[in-house]
Design a protein around this ligand. Structure first.
Ligand code: PLP
Length: 402
């Protein structure tokens, strides 16, 4: 599938430092297919106007594109209604919205939120802010040596005060796929709600919010072949109805007076200000693109490539891979004895290879594995075996320099 797919991504044929670009930083953000970039410029050239409030033609056209995008996202994750699809700036804003608003609606001092050691900072810090405001208690599910959630320990964290469990679907460091369906059943049996950080799953595997049984789910457009600046929070309608607005301003109100303001219906109650209507349309084009390639095909390709990367990287002397769970997605994090990950990343960059190094916004997980940072290679639908070969050969070259 690769030659035709790669042609859809013009940036992949550029050179860096006069070498062919090998882009393996896809967990941070993916490159955009031509159709997405064109959808953005076409909207600015042809249909640009502020949405919802305009009676004129362009405003109505932009509104139609924006609302059609909401329906497209609804279909993509199989939500029950577009009222359950809130557009945000990304996963981070989705999780902040949730912690703030659900925190206000459903949590009191002493209530408990369960997180895990493998969370991205964006699924930790918003809950800490809530802890500072409301005196809630954060409990943390440990991660095993192989990189899975310790499900026995998780069961033991539940108490009658547990209100929310918030976990990643796929770890952005270990690639671990968490058993969300099982955890949803566990949370619900204890009367708690489940929020899923799906930033690293929606681009790689079919995510069906009803089949998963989650109550909230967040993901980012820019990791899903869409533009930066758009994201989604899915929430069960009956829960969103009970939650107060996150931000105030235009678009989210029904009626304003200095004495009293009433709010718009869902999902607009949570969308203050001019939305990123170009980004939402571009996201729907990105989702169409994913479906035109086929998410099952994408997943199979990425999983084969990841398995190949693990095999090749494991053969490098002194290289340690973190995360050895049987079910995993397209991320491989590693360290090489005697080489700081930052030096490795910098030298690989000079050879045209883009990987990510550092704490990957998961410092508690770095602490868990006793390291300051890791190197991470992550693949997308357009990557090839040759690029993995190139990564491994370049690592061998860097090793010789030390
Ligand atoms: N959660 C996970 C698992 C991630 O990998 C990321 C980004 O890398 C985020 C949350 C934050 O996403 P964003 O920066 O798009 O808000």
């Amino acid at each position: 599938m690769n030659a035709t797919i790669r042609a859809d991504f013009p940036i992949l044929s550029r050179k860096v430092y006069n070498r062919p670009l090998v882009y393996l930083d896809n967990a941070a953000t993916v490159q955009k297919p031509r159709c997405v970039v064109e959808a953005i410029s076409q909207e600015y050239y042809n249909s640009n106007a502020n949405v919802h409030r305009g009676v004129h033609f362009l405003s109505q056209q932009a509104t139609e594109l924006h609302e059609a995008a909401r329906e497209r996202v609804r279909q993509f994750i199989n939500a029950r209604s577009t009222a359950e699809i809130i557009f945000t700036r990304g996963t981070t804003e989705s999780l902040n919205l949730l912690a703030t608003s659900a925190g206000e609606a459903f949590l009191k001092e002493g209530d408990e939120v369960v997180l895990s050691q493998m969370e991205h900072h964006s699924n930790i810090v918003p809950w800490q802010l809530l802890r500072d405001r409301k005196g809630i208690v954060i409990k943390v599910c440990p991660v095993t040596d192989e990189g899975s959630l310790d499900l026995v320990a998780l069961t033991q964290l539940f108490t009658p005060r547990t209100r929310i469990v918030s976990l990643c679907h796929v770890s952005n460091v270990l690639g671990t796929v968490n058993p969300i369906r099982e955890i949803a059943a566990m949370a619900h049996a204890h009367g708690a709600l489940l929020c899923v950080d799906a930033a690293q799953s929606v681009p790689h595997r079919r995510v069906d919010v009803q089949a998963l049984g989650c109550d909230f789910l967040a993901f980012s457009g820019h990791k899903t072949y869409g533009a930066t600046g758009i994201g989604v929070l899915y929430g069960r309608e009956d829960l969103l109805e009970q939650m107060p607005p996150y931000q105030g301003g235009g678009e989210m109100i029904a009626r304003v007076s200095f004495e009293r303001t009433t709010y718009e219906q869902l999902p607009y109650k949570f969308e203050a200000g001019t939305p990123d209507y170009v980004g939402s349309h571009a996201l729907s084009v990105a989702l169409d693109y994913i479906d035109s390639v086929g998410l099952d095909k994408i997943q199979a390709h990425e999983q084969q490539l990841t398995a190949y990367a693990i095999k090749r990287l494991s053969a490098i002397n002194g290289l340690r891979i973190y995360g050895h769970t049987p079910e995993r997605e397209s991320v491989v994090s590693f360290n090489i004895a005697g080489i700081h990950p930052l030096d490795l990343g910098t030298l690989l960059d000079r050879l045209g290879i883009a990987i990510r190094t550092g704490h990957h916004c998961a410092q508690p997980l770095m602490t868990r594995f006793g390291v300051e940072g890791m190197a991470r290679a992550s693949v997308a639908l357009y990557n090839t075996r040759e690029e993995i070969d190139s990564l491994c050969e370049s690592i061998e070259r860097v090793k010789k320099m030390f």
